[in-house]
Design a protein around this ligand. Sequence first.
Ligand code: MLT
Ligand code: MN
Ligand code: ZN
Length: 304
Amino acid sequence: MYIHVMGSGAGGGFPQWNCNCVNCKGVREGTIKATPRTQSSIAVSANGEDWVLFNTSPDIKKQMDDFPAMQPGRAVRDTAICAIVIVDAQIDHSTGILMLREHTAPWDVYCTEAVHGDLTTGFPVFNILEHFRGVNWHEIKTDQSSFTIPKAEGLVFTAVPLKSEAPPYSPHRHNTVPGDNIGVKIEDTRTGKVLFYAPGLGVVEDHVIDYMTNSDCILVDGTVWTDDEMSNEGISDKRAQEMGHLDQSSAGGIMDIMSGMDRPRKILIHINNTNPILNEESPQRKALNDAGIEVSYDGMDIEL
Ligand code: MLT
Ligand code: MN
Ligand code: ZN
């Protein structure tokens, strides 16, 4: 299985357009060792030709321009994306589908009923696409039954319901229903290798720990180092937990949870621009390195 990190940043990307936090200012001015990041998305393929896109970031055009495999050039209009999976209805994960409106056929989109609901009401991007080629919606069930995608031969997917938060325009913002957020287990049937992808984890429940422990690679929520890091810099009054993201550094945080896991390669994704781990020379980044945890970057390729 081939995994390509299209975008490793959280909502807003890095640097964020209006942000002068230590990191955003530092990367803009070149005073810290850090790399810009686009917003959260990965692509996965068994054969290196047909790719399933996970989430459609507002930055998708740059992400595709930077990844030649996305444009195989077999016809006058072409793409290597064979289907789209959307794990939550947040802006950073769903807006980019509007940038894909020139597709020559309806997009095969896989998402839960809860996400489909938000993307046809509070943030009705699917309705807007009906004025172009439309969306061929495939419902993802939240009962952990596995599913396949016809054009993505050799991959089996399992949606794992997660506790996080729904978007601000969702009727279940802080009163979530199963399917507002999912992680996805992706298994390559030829190699037997397993990836677990979960860019938004508010609470890591036991069933999620089981999926993580039994994977060869985990790409999980790396949004914040501390729960109050956004309010610390006077950026927002929101705690990460209110936005559905568990921090890395506290007791019971993401680092703690991953530290006991031997099998998977452990990688963080969806990293917010306030997170000190973005500074490659920071003590926080060193602590992650010492714990055997990697930080994904745009364009990162992983082969399982
Ligand atoms: C999130 O992951 O919590 C959202 O993407 C935040 C946002 O888009 O503002
Ligand atoms: Mn996000
Ligand atoms: Zn910032």
